[in-house]
Ligand binder design. Structure first.
Ligand code: SAH
Length: 241
């Protein structure tokens, strides 16, 4: 009986390709290579450091199990609580626009799954990331710790306020759409620093790159995008004060 069971298990593993596929890191490495080549490199992002980081981070471990098979596809995916993990190309593009340097201290608003933070953490010195939904913040913190990302700090809170304790930051990345850059974020950015953010105006979203020059933010619009909206204090203060 025992022998029969063993034989049955072996044949299931051997003859069920889906099971084999899902359990194999090699399989996901191949999908990741293809994602970088076809979705990122082919669209003009050639920075070798960024491509290497995107090849390294195991995106399938940042999405709910039901979506693992789709995790390297060319679109965003649900991560629970009505939120999404961005399309791989958008993660690469925002990272590229930030021009990450190994000495940088970066603040992220909108931790979500923690994927963008993980990619950045391989390119900069430290990443500080804030998430407004407690469940997502706690899950991302646990995931990042388990995967060995030691230069990322996660905080559950409203990103509107920034993270004064660790300011000033060289760069800020905002991964939820907002009508203007909140004052605390502008103040916590170093002179000469950059902010990448999806800006929402009259229902249209654009990806903007800001540079802080003489204390003011100079905006350059880069692309059209689709992000979930920023929540919290920005909803009661939709206009700049
Ligand atoms: N960067 C994420 C995807 C972000 S989705 C990733 O790599 O997976 C946008 C996230 O912003 C959502 O998780 C949402 O809950 C969060 N968010 C919305 N408003 C916020 C706020 N005021 N402060 C911090 N996070 C916020």
């Amino acid at each position: 009986m025992k022998k029969l069971l063993k034989l049955l298990t072996i044949s299931i593993i051997l003859f069920c390709p889906k099971m084999k596929k899902e359990n194999s890191e090699e399989y996901y490495t191949k999908l990741r290579e293809r994602m970088v080549k076809e979705q990122i490199e082919a669209r003009g992002i050639k920075d070798q450091r960024i491509l290497k980081a995107m090849r390294e981070v195991k995106r399938h471990l940042f999405v709910p199990e039901a979506f693992r098979e789709e995790s390297y596809n060319d679109y965003p995916l649900p991560i629970g609580e009505g939120q999404t993990i961005s399309q791989p190309f958008i993660v690469a593009l925002m990272t590229y626009l930030l021009e990450p340097e190994t000495s940088d201290k970066v603040l992220e608003i909108g931790t979500g799954s923690g994927y963008q933070a993980a990619v950045l953490s391989l390119l900069v010195k430290e990443v500080y990331t804030i998430e407004i939904i407690e469940k997502l913040a706690k899950e991302a913190e646990k995931r990042l710790k388990e995967l060995g990302y030691h230069n990322i700090k996660v905080k559950w809170g409203d990103g509107f306020e920034g993270w004064q304790e660790y300011a000033p930051f060289d760069k800020i990345i905002i991964t939820c759409a907002l009508p203007y850059i909140p004052k605390p974020l502008k103040e916590q950015l170093k002179e000469g620093g950059k902010i990448v953010a999806p800006m929402e105006k009259d229902g249209i979203q654009v990806l903007s790159l800001f540079t802080k020059e003489k204390g003011e933010l100079i905006e350059k619009v880069c692309d059209y995008v689709r992000f979930v909206p920023m929540r919290g204090r920005i909803e009661v203060e939709p206009e700049e004060k």
